[in-house]
Design a protein around this ligand. Structure first.
Ligand code: PLP
Length: 225
């Protein structure tokens, strides 16, 4: 019941043209089904094994988004079905996605993860790195991937002014990329930013995808080992 209520409340606030990704990581398949029963079809996971396991047992019209750090050697497990990979952070990874997508006769949509937060641990390209990356001629050889936008995470802080300014800089980068001459397989249209604590601010700043977990499913219980 609580999931239905949370989801309905959030959906009321989600802007038209913005996609709500229900982040179901650590929550069992039954919880995903509760959200599914309310009509939710887009789910996000941050671990390859967990996403693949849920894909196996859950309805096949669910769109699975990989939102967490992805290792090249694990791409093969999600390549047959993943709808969007939010966390491309290197050419090597993108090349592997391309290789695996070809095996399954698919074109896989990807977002480039951008590092805007203060924390050092976050993966992703800096703003200048992404500008160079997008101009890299080797991108043109990757015909089974399509870069459809960028993803970013704000700093983990109570300071909402800082969070907002990080979202603003992501939006600015998004617009800059859009206005650049781009290779054929780069079509910048998605700006994935905003989580449970900051998705409203992210939407105000122009987000097209929000990734909301705990505000829908409740607190996550991580195993202690
Ligand atoms: C877990 C996670 C989310 C959702 O976080 P909540 O705070 O629970 O909404 C969003 N994006 C990424 C990349 C995540 O790993």
């Amino acid at each position: 019941m609580i999931i239905k209520q949370n989801l309905e409340e959030i959906l009321e606030t989600v802007a038209k043209g913005c996609t709500l990704i229900a982040v179901s990581k650590t929550h069992p398949a039954e919880k995903v089904m509760e959200a599914y029963a309310c009509g939710q079809r887009v789910f996000g996971e941050n671990k390859v094994q967990e996403m693949a396991a849920k894909y196996e047992i859950l309805p096949k019209d669910i769109q699975w988004h990989l939102i967490g750090h992805l290792q090249s050697n694990k791409v093969k497990y999600i390549a047959p079905f993943v709808q969007l990979i939010h966390s491309i952070d290197s050419l090597k990874l993108l090349q592997e996605v391309d290789k695996q997508a070809k095996k399954f006769n698919r074109i896989i949509d990807c977002l480039l993860q951008i590092h805007v937060a203060q924390e050092e641990t976050k993966f992703g390209f800096s703003q200048t790195e992404v500008m160079d990356f997008i101009k890299d001629p080797t991108l043109l050889n990757l015909q089974a991937v399509r870069i459809v936008g960028i993803m970013g995470m704000a700093s983990f802080t109570e300071n909402m002014d800082q969070v907002r300014s990080e979202f603003k800089s992501l939006k600015k980068l998004f617009e800059e990329l859009k206005s650049m001459p781009l290779p054929e397989n780069v079509v910048i249209k998605e700006l994935s930013m905003g989580m449970s604590g900051d998705y409203k601010i992210a939407m105000e700043e122009g987000s097209t995808m929000v990734r909301v977990g705990s505000a829908i499913f409740g607190q996550r219980n991580y195993p202690t080992v």
